[in-house]
Design a protein around this ligand. Sequence first.
Ligand code: 2P0
Length: 330
Amino acid sequence: MIITKATAIANSNTALVKYWGKQDEQLIIPMNNSISLTVDSLSTITTVDFSESYDEDLFILNKKIQSDTPKKRVQKHLDIIRNIANVELNANVVSENNFPTAAGLASSASGFAALTAAASSALGLNMNPKELSMLSRRGSGSSCRSFYSGFVEWIKSDDNNESYAIQLADENWFDIRDLVIVFKKHNRKYTTREAMKISKKTSPLYDARLEIVEDNLVKVRKAIKERDFSLLGQTAEADCLLMHSIALTSNPSQLFWTAETLGMIKFVQELREGGLESYYTIDTGTNMHILTKPEFSDEICAILRKIPYITNIIECKPGPGVQIIKDDLF
Ligand code: 2P0
């Protein structure tokens, strides 16, 4: 019997040096290398089954049938994988996040990594992590970094076959904490994908950032190699501010912060002044990350729990890369 069903689990990753803009919108090749931390507590499990008995593709996320853009993005990605495997079978895709999607936590990195691994395994493609990472990149750029555990770098390249992720250090090398702070959801006018496109086209600071990012990459690689938490945190925070400066100076301006975000920026500065060394990094959702040392985590979480505008705190450690698992979701 030919088995066309497989299940994968993938974790999300937190960008320490950000990906912000593409040199190729179709192939999803970035303008700059980026470095991330794969985390252990934000994961997606996805089962994909290809069969002649399915009349069309079906995508169920967190028990809800998906349509429109989420379904189209999954179908487009399945088409790339079907094309490589030379099959025309429809698929049932069932996906579960272990974190509430309504909490505003991005799931495209863990989601596309799990989808790529499960679909390619279901079709018997036997790809190595480098090939999987390149394939996953086509669905969502940041997902290519989730194939490896720990600290990961996504190489830009000018060539479709050379833009993939590599591991800088595994999850046991350098123990840090990433406290994911979730605020109340607010609506954004542009998706992250649209926002980075607008930034590249219109921000007068965009090209200047590309030069500074090269320095940040050198510093973060050094920080990981030498387990230098201060250098890691300082550089991640500086790189975050750089990305948001680009976004803010775009036309139309892209502001991803709320009053709560500013409150937390001040809070992290105060933590540092009080001797609990920590740094922040912010992406485009209604959440932010506090990077800290393991020994400070409990104390910081206890203070955070008293802040009324925080709806959730998820403590993350460095985590594993994508794995194929036996427990199918259907
Ligand atoms: C990152 N972000 O490096 C940056 C920082 C958001 C801010 O990668 O268009 O969902 O699917 O390639 O991967 C989010 O972008 O964008 C992201 P696409 P993706 O993590």
